[in-house]
Design a protein around this ligand. Structure first.
Ligand code: ADP
Ligand code: CIR
Length: 347
């Protein structure tokens, strides 16, 4: 492989840190599952608008290609090579009374974590047989859940197009054909091995074999962040009894995208902020202060609709799960306060 010919359109962290020197150091290396630098950076090369532009094929990728992953991890999470990841799933330590009890701003709240199986490569390097085996093991484990977590697994194979589209529209299911995942090798053999598990109320859901082997999701209408967190914590602890997840003392839970390492947690609200939307500078000052990311209503790389935004924690590594949720909680409180002030001024 030759050093990639980056253009000025290539804005990813991968393009920034892949100097000719780093490239020469890594270009001929391979992990035990056969994952190469070329595969790791393909998504960022094919998609110049990538923000990150790199994926791992296995846990070992983070060591083998550390000269490239480390500075990206440091810039994204503010987490250095010598830092240690920490975990805290104790909801008693979360101070989060509903910030919008009258349901004026927050449409819904969702918290997800990514997980991958300890004994398998990550999605970009997995074989079809291994992926199908992951689907079998995970759906079996999910099938034994009880009480509020009991539900049913719906494989993508055999799902009607109408059901698939409505699950996506309603924000429950991942979309097909994501070009970032496609280039990373994460869409190979689609739709085999992929699917969604959910309880009857669709408040507890698990995606199988999308960007990570599991995305464990708790969501509901309104702004009761603590209830959503508590449901997720219960689900994680039940699943951990049945499945061994890929984990490292340094990087926490191992995920295919370096932005998801550590807690692998993204806590988000869909929130209506029509006034702040007209002053994006002020909006961004608040979200930056609280380490938050702004996405559109249909997820990453989508646009806002009707002044509704997806606001979530950006950092996931080197801070605990409780801190991830506290980041968005504190930020959302300030966003609501500012939106109220702007509303009062105009009327
Ligand atoms: P991920 O959360 O796994 O990083 P995305 O950004 O693609 O992935 O979002 C996945 C789906 O979850 C999208 O359909 C998105 O609209 C939905 N979603 C995210 N946050 C919320 C929320 N607070 N309420 C309802 N749906 C949400
Ligand atoms: C990018 O670089 O923009 C995409 N590969 C997405 C990166 C971050 N998102 C993610 O996986 N959560």
């Amino acid at each position: 492989m030759q050093y990639p010919s980056f253009t000025k359109e290539h804005k990813s962290m991968m393009a920034k840190y892949l100097t000719k020197e780093v490239f020469d150091e890594l270009k001929d290396l391979k992990t035990k599952s056969g994952f190469t630098l070329e595969q790791a950076i393909k998504s960022g090369i094919d998609n110049p608008d990538s923000g990150i532009g790199i994926y791992a094929g296995d846990k070992e990728s983070y060591d083998t290609f550390g000269a490239l992953f480390d500075p990206i991890i440091e810039e994204y999470h503010g987490f250095s090579k010598d830092d240690k990841h920490k975990s805290n799933l104790n909801s008693d330590e979360l101070s989060a009374p509903n910030p919008d009890p009258k349901n004026e701003y927050i449409v819904s709240t969702r918290i997800r974590v990514g997980r991958n199986l300890a004994d398998f490569p990550l999605g970009p390097a997995i074989s079809k047989e291994q992926r199908d085996e992951v689907e079998n093991r995970v759906s079996l484990a999910l099938g034994s859940l009880e009480g509020s977590l009991a539900g049913k697994y719906y494989p993508l194979l055999g799902m009607s197009e109408a059901d698939r589209v409505s699950l996506i529209e309603d924000h429950f299911l991942f979309k097909a054909g994501d070009r970032f995942l496609e280039s990373a090798g994460l869409n190979r053999d689609w739709p085999s091995g992929r699917g969604i598990y959910h309880n009857n109320e669709k408040t507890f859901l698990v995606w199988i074999n999308e960007g990570d082997e599991l995305r464990i999701i708790s969501m509901q209408k309104g702004g009761d962040v603590k209830e959503v967190f508590e449901r997720l914590v219960l689900a994680i602890s039940e699943l951990e009894k049945k499945i061994k997840f890929a984990f490292s003392e340094h990087l926490g839970y191992i995920t295919s995208c370096p932005t998801n390492l550590g807690t692998a947690m993204r806590a988000s609200v869909h929130i209506a902020l029509p006034k702040l939307a007209k002053d994006m500078e002020r909006f961004k000052t608040i979200t930056d202060k609280h380490h938050l990311q702004i996405r559109g209503v249909h997820g990453e790389h989508s646009q806002s609709e009707g002044g509704i935004y997806d606001i979530s924690n950006k950092r996931r590594l080197g801070i605990t799960e409780v801190q991830c949720v506290q980041d968005i909680y504190d930020g959302v409180k300030e966003l609501i306060k500012t939106e109220k002030e702007l509303k009062a001024k105009k009327s």
